[in-house]
Design a binder for this molecule. Structure first.
Ligand SMILES: [Fe+2]
Ligand SMILES: [Fe+2]
Length: 361
């Protein structure tokens, strides 16, 4: 219907949206009321109609309209119940609902807001009130949606940058090393399996997936001649090699986020041993953070099963025996038990990484 605004101006949404961009579901049991709404809105919006609450719920779920204009008094489930059910369903909870009703007292209005409605229009309806309210709420809803999309997009970008930075830090640690870059990702994937087996919450497992990859970041401060020496290190060289734990910790502890707090712990303590004979602190037993105790097992298992300049790759069975043998001396026996709980998955991961390396990817 043109002429409501005098001159047929269409409602606008601030963002210069084109007419008929938005879809509105009109719910009313009386044909006359539906017809009146059609006349008011048809030139500006795509419309669909429902004659009762149940039909409205079905259409809302299927068509995801941008707004619902909802009569209150209807046979079957009334408008308030319909609205509450829309708000309970994740597929429809975001859709703004405006109640259209002849009940005008304050109590009914607050019931509508409690049910999740954003506004009320009282009958008899005025075309200009309907158009202005619909337009205003669509604009608010659209702004909110744009805002949420922007936040999602930026969060994703941030996560990607964070993962790239971690990848680069992990790689930097191995830049002068003799092992392949994929060591850090293989051992990180083993760490994830063990952490899962230890019943860590999903969000903390996600953290160790990245934190473990930075365990040797401190090797950036160890000379390449020591890192790449194709033979056992002498005691002086070992002393220098051991500093990669403290160097890694001092680099990674500059950030106080949960991810970097864990990665700093892992860098510091991944060479500690259960019996207290490890380095740099000689911690024993449960003094060693569990994250570092998990990485210790994953790191050694991967180091044993990969080729180094001074040794062949151990067969998986032999490496598993070695891990078992060192439970209670080098490794936390509880972590070793969990490692063997997921032995099949560890073997699968090992095969997966072997295939990838064969492909050169
Ligand atoms: Fe290390
Ligand atoms: Fe390592």
């Amino acid at each position: 219907m043109t002429g409501i605004y005098g001159g047929g101006a269409s409602p606008h949404y601030g963002g210069g949206a084109s007419p008929l961009k938005f879809n509105i579901l009109v719910v009313d049991d009386e044909a006359g009321n539906r017809q009146a709404m059609r006349q008011i809105l048809k030139d500006f919006y795509k419309l669909s109609f429902a004659t009762d609450g149940t039909e409205a719920l079905n259409i809302a779920k299927k068509e995801k309209p941008d707004m619902i204009l909802l009569d209150v008094l209807m046979p079957g489930i009334d408008g308030y119940d319909t609205c509450s059910r829309l708000k309970e369903n994740p597929d429809t909870e975001e859709i703004p609902v405006i109640f259209i009703t002849s009940l005008a007292d304050v109590g009914d209005e607050s019931r509508g807001f409690e049910a999740g409605g954003v506004d009320y229009i009282t009958k008899p309806i005025s075309p200009s009130v309907v158009l202005h309210r619909v337009s205003a709420h669509l604009e608010i809803f659209n702004q909110k949606r744009l805002c949420e999309e922007t936040v999602k997009r930026r969060t994703k970008q941030l996560q990607e940058s964070q993962e790239s930075a971690i990848f680069m830090l992990g790689d930097a640690g191995h830049f002068n090393d003799s092992d392949t870059g994929s060591h850090i990702w293989r051992m990180a994937s083993y760490s994830v399996e063990i952490a899962r087996a230890c019943a860590w919450p999903v969000e903390v497992v996600e953290i160790i997936a990245l934190a473990a990859a930075m365990h040797d970041t401190g090797k950036i401060g160890v000379p390449g001649s020591i890192l790449r020496k194709p033979a056992k290190l002498d005691p002086e060289e070992w002393k220098i090699m051991m500093t990669h734990t403290t160097i890694g910790h001092s680099i990674l502890s500059k950030s106080n986020t949960p991810l970097f707090r864990m990665s700093a712990d892992i860098a510091y303590y991944h060479h500690e041993k259960w019996d207290g004979t490890g380095y740099p602190k000689g911690l024993r037993g449960n003094e060693i953070p569990q994250s570092a105790a998990i990485v210790a097992v994953a790191d050694v298992f991967d180091a044993l099963t990969m080729v180094r300049p001074y040794k062949e790759a151990w067969p998986v069975d032999k490496a598993l025996d070695e891990i078992k043998r060192c439970a209670g001396t080098h490794f936390d026996p509880h972590i070793v038990a969990r490692f063997f709980d997921v032995e099949d998955e560890i073997r699968r991961l090992k095969e997966f990484w072997d295939e990838r390396e064969k492909d050169g990817s």
